[in-house]
Design a protein around this ligand. Sequence first.
Ligand SMILES: CC(C)(COP(=O)(O)OP(=O)(O)OC[C@H]1O[C@@H](n2cnc3c(N)ncnc32)[C@H](O)[C@@H]1OP(=O)(O)O)[C@@H](O)C(=O)NCCC(=O)NCCS
Length: 129
Amino acid sequence: MEQERALALRVVMMPRDTNVYGTVFGGVILSYIDQAGFVECRRHGRHRWVTASMDRVDFKAPVQVGDIVSLYARPTRMGTKSITVQIDVEAERYAGTEVAHVTQATVTLVSVGPDGRPIPFRDPPTFVG
Ligand SMILES: CC(C)(COP(=O)(O)OP(=O)(O)OC[C@H]1O[C@@H](n2cnc3c(N)ncnc32)[C@H](O)[C@@H]1OP(=O)(O)O)[C@@H](O)C(=O)NCCC(=O)NCCS
């Protein structure tokens, strides 16, 4: 059964996030995509999670200062030591009520033990600190 998407992160874009043109850096959004993947994966196992891959990311609309950016996560593959998560990024405009579809990405995170080697994420928690 296909899993539903869940809100993983909601953040307000600040002046520090912008490039010289006044719009938000793509790299800022990529960082939030990474975090949203982690938020989803941690629900499935309290381990260290590292990002193994992030697929092609096409930006469809710019993000502006003051926009409220929401990142929704939906697991698309539950492996043994990894989870693949689809992330949808939407921007609620600071001025007005429009919600723009910014981008979509697929990230795969791998659960690792204290030694950094992959472990099954359904194992008992290895990170409780
Ligand atoms: C990701 C990493 C732990 C994989 O280690 P590995 O020994 O090659 O992993 P394995 O071959 O044993 O595979 C373990 C799981 O990871 C998945 N995996 C490994 N590399 C992957 C990749 N590039 N993309 C997607 N999944 C990957 C495998 O499919 C497997 O998942 P499964 O058990 O659910 O089927 C290792 O390459 C690593 O530490 N990379 C750096 C991660 C990091 O620091 N990220 C942040 C960068 S700043």
